[in-house]
Write a protein that binds this ligand. Structure first.
Ligand SMILES: Cc1ncc(COP(=O)(O)O)c(C=O)c1O
Length: 362
């Protein structure tokens, strides 16, 4: 088998090894077709079967209520920063309300300003985004077109443990970095979207889960390929879909199902992140970034007493086969991204490396 490192990259992130092996095995000849899945028409039944199966597996894994549609759209997660306002702004007061808990929320709000009014109802910047501030739901105008939040803050390693009740205002959530890692009641949301590149496969495409009454409100200037209603009407194929992205996602969803579904992913995520937080909580050397009450189970972030120790940590961990631990430039320090595909052994290896590094350098 290829020499694979434990890959702690924030995204694109590691895929389950059996998924990679299956892709490799059938890449030249997809199930006896004599051609690759990336060489045939996206309109052929053989691909349609994969697409339909991906959607139904996702529905099954998330217990998705029947009044929600599942769309696969180009452009990754950030494209949705434009697509959400383009499709929802037209409702009620032409106003998007934003709950900002980090960089991705900031960018989402900024993008929405192009299409209507926005308001920031909550912003964690006073805490340097190390925690999720209290949100007083009474400050939300019930005539707002939608309220937007980021479920898990990939850079800082914080997350909303539970979501605010926004009443009649549809809640739109960017779940790029924790989708399928925790049980979620989708009926709390109007829209949930996520780029594929962490828990769903490869980059460049996003899944959108949308309540059906929210379709059909797009602003007149909405480009054809950013219109939710059109994607729904054409079953996500208004033009050539990212065939390979959907194919890989389908394999990832099968893998999640084989491994006990979302409840098991959640248990594993708690166990893995718990091991790393335990190291941080028993250390006078490392300093955890996230407030203990708002910790992510997907991205564990921490600082070092000195910059040169961080550099040493990155070099030595790399030498030990642990890759991608550098934190985001805006936060500094280290970040271990431990999405669903990261095996427990990878986290065990990192936890013992961290203890040993502290012993030697503390
Ligand atoms: C929470 C969140 N939102 C959005 C993005 C941006 O995703 P994309 O590069 O697919 O636009 C990321 C990427 O890491 C993310 O973590």
């Amino acid at each position: 088998m290829a020499n694979r490192v434990y890959n702690f990259s924030a995204g694109p992130a590691m895929l389950p090894t059996p998924v990679m092996q299956k892709i490799q095995a059938e890449f030249l000849d997809y199930q006896g077709l004599g051609a690759s899945i990336v060489e045939i028409s996206h309109r052929l039944p053989i691909f349609r079967k994969i697409l339909d199966s991906a959607e139904s597996l996702f529905r099954e894994l998330t217990n998705l209520p029947n009044n929600y549609r599942v769309l696969f759209m180009h452009g990754g997660a950030q494209m949705q920063f434009s697509v959400v306002p383009l499709n929802l702004m037209n409702r009620n007061k032409h106003k998007g309300s934003y709950l900002i808990t980090g960089r991705w929320g900031i960018l989402a709000e900024k993008e929405a300003q192009r299409y209507g009014n926005t308001e920031i109802l909550m912003d964690g910047k006073e805490y340097e985004y190390r925690q999720i501030p209290e949100f007083d739901t009474s400050t939300l105008d019930q005539e707002s077109s939608y309220a937007h939040l980021t479920t898990n803050n990939t850079l800082y390693g914080t997350r909303w443990h539970s979501f605010p009740d926004t009443g009649s205002v549809p809640l739109a959530a960017d779940a790029t970095s924790d989708i399928l890692s925790r049980e979620m009641d989708y009926s709390q949301f109007g829209i949930v979207y996520a780029g594929f590149q962490k828990n769903l496969g490869i980059s460049g495409t996003a899944i959108v889960i949308i309540r059906e009454d929210l379709l059909g409100h797009a602003l007149p200037e909405t480009p054809k390929l950013l219109n939710y209603a059109l994607f729904d009407e054409h079953h996500s194929i208004p033009n050539t879909i990212n065939v390979f992205g959907v194919y890989v996602m389908h394999l990832v969803l099968e893998w999640v199902k084989e491994h006990g579904g979302v409840p098991e992913m959640e248990k594993l995520a708690e166990k893995k992140s718990g091991m790393l937080y335990d190291v941080l909580d028993h250390s006078d050397f490392y300093k955890a970034v996230a407030h203990p009450e708002h910790r992510s189970t997907m991205n564990v972030t921490f600082h070092f007493p000195e910059e040169k120790l961080l550099q040493k940590f990155l070099t030595e961990s790399d030498n030990e086969g642990m890759f991608g631990l550098m934190g985001h430039a805006q936060v500094g320090g280290a970040r271990a991204s431990i999405y669903n595909a990261m095996p427990l052994e990878g986290v065990e290896a990192l936890a013992s490396f961290m203890k040993e590094f502290e012993r030697k350098n503390g």
